[in-house]
Write a protein that binds this ligand. Structure first.
Ligand SMILES: [Zn+2]
Ligand SMILES: [Zn+2]
Length: 287
């Protein structure tokens, strides 16, 4: 640590945390952050910035885990967990940009904290006027996949160029050789007939990335009381499927924070319809 005073404070805070003296730990971390801020006014060393950000992450992480004030709600504690993650992500970006050591440590911390957040709080379901938008990849990957149905148009014989399905037009047999040339059926034109939601898609990468559920339908899952509280506290809806999965799969913070908020695209899509909408990956096999 760059500064003796800061190092002492952080050490004391950690000791106090272990002993359960959370109030003291909070004050010590907060004090060390203000010393950092004073130093950083003069010294713009990236290493100091990284140390500041990781200490700030530690501070918010404490506030995410322990109720320090009677006014702390689960929602506020969750916000602190997200702030902690944001600080770590900024630290990670600085380390990467400045080619500083210990990148792996920060990455591991991010991944552990994120798993913790998902296990405790689930994830936010962003909403517009018409829809709840499920973007949680853990949830969406766990339900249905998308299976495209493709129509091949205008079959043509590679030998004579006529319709091979009509024996009056073409007598060649696909796969057979004619004058050292193998007869094949060629299709001039491909059309997409429909996409189906299936339990097990042929290509497991074809999962929905966003599912827009009509609010009118989804709100039926809440009691009137719950809806009132939600409105009053301006609380978002939460997805609990990822929380229920005992092992949270690896997911990076950038993907996570993207799915936790509304994107411009979401607002546009939701405006155009009140129906259920699905936008999904249509990845085709490489071979
Ligand atoms: Zn033919
Ligand atoms: Zn989720």
């Amino acid at each position: 640590m760059t500064n003796q005073k800061i190092a002492e404070l952080v050490h004391l805070a950690r000791e106090n945390k272990k002993k359960g003296n959370y109030q003291e730990a909070e004050i010590q971390l907060r004090t060390s952050l203000s010393i950092f801020e004073m130093i950083m006014k003069k010294d713009k060393e990236p290493q100091i910035l990284v140390e500041y950000l990781t200490t700030k992450a530690e501070y918010y992480n404490l506030k995410a885990k322990v109720m320090l004030n009677p006014s702390d709600t689960p929602l506020k504690m969750r916000q602190n967990a997200i702030r902690s993650l944001e600080c770590m992500e900024q630290a990670r970006e600085t380390i990467e940009r400045e080619k500083l050591p210990n990148r792996e440590n920060v990455e591991k911390n991010i991944s552990n904290t994120l798993k913790n957040v998902i296990e405790v709080f689930g994830c936010v379901v962003p909403e517009t006027e018409n829809h709840y938008i499920f973007k949680c990849p853990i949830r969406n990957r766990n339900g249905f996949g998308i299976s495209p149905s493709i129509v091949l148009k205008n079959p043509t014989c590679s030998i004579c160029g006529k319709n091979p399905t009509n024996p009056e037009e073409c007598s060649h047999i696909p796969g057979s050789e004619y004058d050292k040339e193998v007869c094949r059926i060629l299709h001039k034109g491909i059309g997409l007939d429909h996409s189906a939601l299936v339990r097990r898609p042929k290509d497991p990468r074809c999962f929905p990335i966003k599912i827009f559920m009509p609010k009118a339908d989804m709100n039926k899952a809440f009691t009137e009381e719950e809806l009132k509280i939600k409105e009053r506290d301006k609380s978002p809806a939460f997805c609990h499927l990822c929380k229920k999965l005992k092992t949270v799969p690896d997911i990076d913070f950038r993907t996570f924070s993207k799915m936790q908020r509304l994107e411009e695209d979401d607002i546009k899509s939701s405006k155009s319809s009140k129906e259920m909408l699905i936008s999904g990956y249509l990845l085709f096999a490489d071979k």
